[in-house]
Every structure is written in structure tokens, then in C-alpha cells.
Design a protein around this ligand. Structure first.
Ligand SMILES: NC(=O)c1ccc[n+]([C@@H]2O[C@H](COP(=O)([O-])OP(=O)(O)OC[C@H]3O[C@@H](n4cnc5c(N)ncnc54)[C@H](O)[C@@H]3O)[C@@H](O)[C@H]2O)c1
Length: 301
């Protein structure tokens, strides 16, 4: 997809960091921009800054965990622009660090609710609208390099991002016939405000949390992300990925060998079972047959 001019883009987490970078880059590319965020003050600042760059963004206050509010936000944006959303950026996300074995249900509910539930709500809200509009489009979901591998101090976050990556692989296949591309962006470290993510945590999901909030740790996080990739550069990579319809956006090349080592390790677990290749071959042929039959049934029910 290369025709950005006048397309309506809906960007969650658009008030800050990676989402704000997307608003700037796709606004400059000619898209009409809606930024959705849970923080009203950050939205106000973002709209004002975008205006100084000639981008007239439409702000929506939205907690992406709220399904009804998400549908209302979509209505408001499509009414405002009098056009369907054909570019969706599932960018909003939160993080928290702490020992996984001490996590509370609320820790799970918050991180999975925003990082995975919010993406599900974005897809459930916009995919039917995009298909009905018949103009194709593209969906970018922001996962993380953390989604490739388990992590004992950010285990819930890593699981939420792994779920996003896997779901997007499925959507990429499902939406291709509708001319809707799907990409998953996996950042490692981005210059953003995510070190302050605990501040976005709703009170009802905060009590008893095991996530670390000591100022020295948060400061160390701020320093880490301050050295991350510029969100404008990152959004430029996203633009290229949309133009070339790439499933994964992996611009953090410093992580390549770690991913390779991880998948090599996963593959090595097969080695213990290489004892009966004929049986494995038979099962594989049965599966292929099943897939062809299921495909034929889908095509002529
Ligand atoms: N910063 C990094 O190094 C890094 C690394 C890997 C992945 N990511 C991912 O990038 C994405 C963007 O994060 P960022 O780094 O720009 O952080 P950020 O904190 O600067 O931006 C995230 C935005 O999401 C908003 N948000 C939080 N909860 C929300 C909710 N329930 N509903 C709506 N909006 C909500 C926040 O208010 C914030 O403006 C996230 O999905 C994050 O997990 C970031």
C-alpha cells in the first residue's frame, strides 16, 4: 500500500512516544490523523505540537480496554472525517517489572487488558468496518522484542506481546483477500515515556501490585529509553513496512543474534525425538490432506 494521501489513520497511544512518531510521519505523508489515548493532558499537548507541524489531528480520549467506548471512538472519528478508517495503529501499551512469581491477578489484568485486550478491541472494532469500506488498508500492531522470549521480570508483558505477534500472523492471512495488510512492529528500545507507564494504571487494578516503582529503578528505565530509537525514525520504518506489506518490522538489528539463538534452542528440543521418521511422515501427509479438504469445504461450503 502506498497511497497515504487522505486516508484516515487511527493511532492508539498517539499522544506519546512511538504513537506520536506515527502521527507525525503519517500526518506528513498526507493521512488524516486521529490520536487516541487514555491521558487527556497528553492528548492536548500532542494536538498542539502536531498543529505547529501543520498536522490537524483529531484527539479521542479512550481507554482501549473499554469495548463500548472503542466503538464510540470509531464512530466519532469516522463522523469527524466523513470517511472510514483504513489505517489502524494498535500502538498503546504499558509495562511493569517485578518478580513473576509475586504477580497479582491485577498485574495480569492490567498488562494483558491493555497490551492484548486493547489490540483485540481495535481489531474487533475496525476490521469489519475496513472490510465493509472496501478500500483495503493496513493494520500495524506494536508488540516488542520481548514477545520472542520469556522473561522472569517482565513475564506478563512478554506474554502479552507474544499473543499480539501470533494473532497478527493469523490476521495477515485472514485479511489479505480483503486487500488489508498487517504488520507487527517489535521494538527493542524507543525514546518514549514508557518508563512512567505505572502512572497510567487505573486505581482499581493498582492495589497490592508487585511491580517495582522505586524511583531509582524508574530513573534507570528512563535512562535506558532515552538512549532508544527516535520515534520518527521508527515510524519511518513502519511506513516502509506498509509500503512493502512486511509481516514483521524488525529494525533493531542488535537483537538478531539473540532471536536466532532462542529459536535454535527451541528447534534443538526436536532432536530427542528423531527416532521414527516414517511415522512422522505419515502424520504430516494426513495433516496436509486434512488441510486441503478443509480448504475445499471453505471454498464451496
Ligand atoms: N519504549 C520502548 O522501548 C518499547 C519497547 C518495546 C515495545 N514498546 C511498545 O511500544 C508501544 C508504545 O509505547 P511507547 O514506548 O511509545 O510508550 P509511551 O508511554 O510513550 O506511549 C504509550 C501511550 O499509550 C497510552 N496508554 C496507556 N494505556 C492506555 C490505555 N489503556 N488506553 C489508551 N492509551 C493508553 C499512554 O498514555 C501513552 O501515551 C507500546 O505498545 C510498548 O509496549 C516500547
Amino acid at each position: 500500500m502506498e497511497d497515504f494521501e487522505d486516508r484516515v489513520a487511527f493511532i492508539t497511544g498517539g499522544a506519546s512516544g512511538a504513537g506520536f512518531g506515527q502521527a507525525r510521519v503519517f500526518g506528513a505523508a498526507g493521512c488524516r490523523i486521529a490520536i487516541a489515548d487514555v491521558r487527556q493532558d497528553a492528548l492536548d499537548d500532542a494536538v498542539a505540537t502536531l498543529a505547529t507541524q501543520g498536522i490537524d489531528a483529531f484527539p479521542v480520549t479512550l481507554d482501549i480496554r473499554d469495548r463500548d467506548a472503542y466503538a464510540r471512538a470509531a464512530d466519532a472519528v469516522e463522523d469527524h472525517f466523513d470517511a472510514p478508517v483504513t489505517l489502524l495503529f494498535n500502538t498503546a501499551g504499558v509495562n511493569g517489572f517485578g518478580a513473576l512469581e509475586e504477580a497479582t491477578y491485577a498485574d495480569f489484568d492490567w498488562i494483558l487488558g491493555v497490551n492484548f485486550g486493547g489490540v483485540v478491541n481495535g481489531m474487533q472494532t475496525f476490521v469489519p468496518r475496513m472490510i465493509a469500506a472496501g478500500r483495503g488498508g493496513h493494520i500495524v500492531s506494536v508488540a516488542s522484542m520481548a514477545g520472542f522470549e520469556g522473561n522472569p521480570t517482565a513475564g506478563i508483558y512478554a506474554a502479552s506481546k507474544a499473543a499480539v505477534m501470533n494473532l497478527m500472523e493469523s490476521y495477515a492471512i485472514a485479511l489479505a483477500p480483503h486487500g488489508i495488510g498487517v504488520s507487527t512492529l517489535c521494538p527493542a528500545s524507543v525514546r518514549s515515556d514508557i518508563a512512567n507507564a505505572l502512572d497510567r494504571r487505573p486505581d482499581e487494578l493498582a492495589s497490592g501490585s508487585s511491580f517495582r516503582d522505586d524511583p531509582r529503578f524508574i530513573d534507570a528505565q528512563r535512562r535506558l529509553y532515552a538512549g532508544g530509537m527516535d520515534p520518527i525514525e521508527l515510524a519511518g520504518h513502519v511506513r516502509t513496512a506498509i509500503e512493502e506489506n512486511l509481516l514483521y518490522v524488525l529494525p533493531f538489528t542488535e537483537t538478531r543474534e539473540g532471536v536466532r539463538a532462542h529459536f535454535d534452542r527451541v528447534l534443538s528440543f526436536y532432536d530427542a525425538y528423531d527416532t521414527d521418521p516414517a511415522a512422522a511422515d505419515g502424520r504430516a501427509r494426513a495433516f496436509l490432506r486434512y488441510r486441503e479438504e478443509a480448504q475445499a469445504l471453505r471454498e464451496s461450503p
